[in-house]
Design a protein around this ligand. Structure first.
Ligand SMILES: [Zn+2]
Length: 86
């Protein structure tokens, strides 16, 4: 059993909305949502955006946006920053 990474999750979001995910990939996608609050929130925000626009906002999946999201995910996964003086 291999779990999706956050990056893989973000890359699959568009396919998820288009309904083109393979069944076994979609199961892993749903598993990741359940385990990862950052990705769950991201997916909810995407769903709201899609509902408003009536289409998938491809520009929100730009490389820049992905790197912003992924750094946020890393913060979530790492927990609060350790108190470290330089
Ligand atoms: Zn995630």
């Amino acid at each position: 059993m291999s779990h999706l990474t956050c990056q893989e999750f973000v890359e699959l979001v568009t396919d998820y909305f288009e309904g083109t995910l393979d069944e076994n990939v979609r199961i892993r996608f749903d598993e990741h949502r359940a385990l990862c609050p950052g990705c769950e929130t991201y997916l909810e925000q995407m769903q709201e955006t899609v509902a408003k626009l009536g289409e998938i906002p491809v520009e929100t999946l730009s490389d820049e946006m992905q790197s912003v999201l992924l750094s946020a995910f890393r913060d979530i996964h790492r927990g609060p920053p350790t108190d470290r003086t330089t």
